[in-house]
Design a protein around this ligand. Structure first.
Ligand code: ASP
Length: 362
């Protein structure tokens, strides 16, 4: 009697599935009708793929799980660990494309870190992150749809690229709810709702994304792809100096809170401080003397905003620290700058890497 083998011809795409935890691998701890309590990071990547009818036999899967966490617990060491895994898979001749499942809470931190630290030349394969807002056993679970959506997009990209030989146009970013957002543009827009990542730079996840590619780029002062790639070895999973780099955010509300926090920082002397000021980065006058002292003590200052959209550019009402824009003028290392289009979490990541790069080259 003939045995039927599942169809796994060699032409099936070789997809690495890297699971890291998150709600997409989460399960409910109580009846969702009475409570929405759940625990994230409960299931393996393999079980997530096996839970989607027909998906297992559509690719040659390679499963990896560097760690399994709720991504609110993400540490800088995890970021290096995942970077090392991705660099290895990007290099591997056995792998055509990569799907990463990740918690949504720090999706943007991870993707922006990778945007700045993975060399552009390494990104010759589709790398699609996905996650979910509801746990895997919720009756409206969005994880399976998001994984399938990422898989379909990846298949399209692989077959299109066959025609576009020599021109690397592989997507690197987040695929959720049928939309693709490039890594550096990913931002959680809402704490709830399946469309939490639909943002102004999200486009339909199909090969047409390439047409919008230029519009999705960001200005160079906000960090270019691979800008800090040489800071870490490809296999590095620890970097004590990077992990020690402190960049606090001082959030300005009326009252003396911000001034007190900045004064405390004079003792701590972090690498840099991000001031989330009202409006277009309008830092309260009372804070200016202490910011000057911080700058003179080697602490960089970034003028950012507590407003979500619009960013902060040079100019406008605040010019009190303009003399510190170029560090050599003051004879020190610290600089004063604006956040540009970066949100607060990206601004902190950029500063960590910028100061690290600066201190290593000195
Ligand atoms: N706390 C979860 C996490 O980021 C939230 C999610 O995945 O949606 O891991």
């Amino acid at each position: 009697m003939m045995t039927m083998h599942p169809q796994t011809p060699d032409i099936l795409p070789r997809v690495a599935f890297v699971a890291t935890g998150g709600t997409i691998a989460g399960t409910m701890t109580e009846d969702s009708k009475t409570s929405w309590a759940y625990s994230s990071a409960q299931r393996s990547g393999e079980s997530l793929v096996m839970g989607i009818p027909g998906l297992l036999r559509r690719a040659q899967w390679h499963f990896e799980q560097p760690y399994s966490i709720g991504s609110q617990n993400l540490e800088l060491g995890h970021m290096l660990q995942l970077r090392a895994v991705l660099l290895r898979l990007l290099e591997s001749p056995e792998i055509d494309s990569i799907i990463v499942t990740h918690g949504t809470d720090t999706m943007e931190d991870m993707l922006y870190f990778l945007h700045l630290t993975v060399p552009s030349h390494a990104l010759g394969k589709p790398v699609l992150f996905t996650g979910s807002m509801l746990p895997s056993d919720h009756e409206q679970a969005d994880g399976p749809g998001n994984i399938s959506g990422a898989f379909e997009f990846l298949i399209q990209c692989l077959s299109t690229n066959a025609d576009v030989s020599g021109h690397s146009a592989m997507p690197f970013g987040l695929c959720m709810q049928g939309l693709f957002t490039p890594a550096h543009r990913v931002e959680k827009q809402s704490t709830a709702g399946l469309d939490a990542f639909d943002g102004p730079y999200s486009v339909l996840a199909n090969t047409q994304w390439l047409l919008s590619r230029n519009a999705l780029e960001m200005s160079e002062d906000s960090g270019v792809q691979g800008q800090f790639a040489s800071l870490f070895d490809p296999t590095a999973t620890r970097h004590p100096l990077f992990e020690a780099m402190e960049v606090p955010v001082v959030f300005c509300t009326p009252g003396n809170g911000p001034l007190r926090q900045l004064t405390d920082l004079l003792n701590r002397k972090p690498a840099s401080v991000v001031v989330a000021a009202p409006g277009h980065g309008n830092i309260p006058e009372a804070c200016v003397p202490v910011l000057r002292r911080l700058l003179l003590n080697g602490v960089s200052v970034v003028r950012a905003s507590r407003v979500i959209a619009g960013g902060v550019e040079q100019g406008g009402e605040f010019d009190a620290l303009d003399a510190f824009r170029q560090a050599p003028v003051q004879g020190g290392n610290a600089v004063f700058s604006e956040a540009g289009g970066l949100n607060l979490s990206k601004c902190v990541m950029y500063e960590r890497l910028r100061v690290l790069a600066h201190s290593l080259s000195v």
